[in-house]
Ligand binder design. Structure first.
Ligand code: COA
Length: 135
């Protein structure tokens, strides 16, 4: 995360707090996405984490939903995540939508979400992660 910040590649970071303590955190970094030659304003979701003793109480879902709303308000078009295939679809992420995006990842855990309907419409695309990921 420090390397992402050093490079100026953090698009959004949020924390969930309660009882004066940080309970969870989410971060989005800039992501280069092109679909059928068209640049898409996209970000990568990673990481999201909730304090182990507070997991399973909706804190992660709250962070994800609030941050997606903020990204949409800021004009973001799409989000990509590499994560638990059983968790992210409830927020609208889809592996089928990400399948056209060529990059370092593929498969059920590689998912995408359109913040603007049709943002990822097209035939072929590519993703380029921020330099700090070393991919
Ligand atoms: C994943 C994580 C951020 C979810 O936050 P949370 O506040 O615990 O989640 P919520 O309370 O909003 O939602 C709970 C749901 O998440 C699911 N979940 C949690 N960890 C999961 C995992 N590893 N795989 C699949 N589902 C998972 C639970 O099964 C539960 O599902 P249910 O609603 O169908 O019962 C949190 O568990 C965490 O920090 N895990 C460790 C770090 C991590 O794996 N980060 C994600 C990297 S992609």
């Amino acid at each position: 995360m420090a390397d992402l910040a050093r490079d100026g590649d953090v698009e959004l970071a949020m924390v969930a707090a309660g009882d004066g303590e940080i309970l969870g955190h989410i971060l989005y970094s800039d992501l280069g996405v092109v679909v059928d030659g068209r640049p898409v304003r996209a970000v990568a979701l990673a990481p999201v984490s909730v304090r182990p003793d507070r997991q399973g109480q909706g804190i992660g879902a709250g962070l994800i939903r609030a941050s997606l709303d903020l990204l949409r308000e800021r004009g973001g078009e799409a989000v990509v995540v590499l994560g638990h295939a059983a968790y992210y679809p409830r927020f609208g992420f889809s592996a089928a939508l990400a399948a056209k995006l060529q990059g370092p990842f593929a498969g059920d855990a590689f998912m995408a979400l359109e913040l603007v309907p049709g943002a990822l419409a097209g035939h072929v695309g590519s993703v380029h992660y921020a330099r700090a990921f070393g991919l």
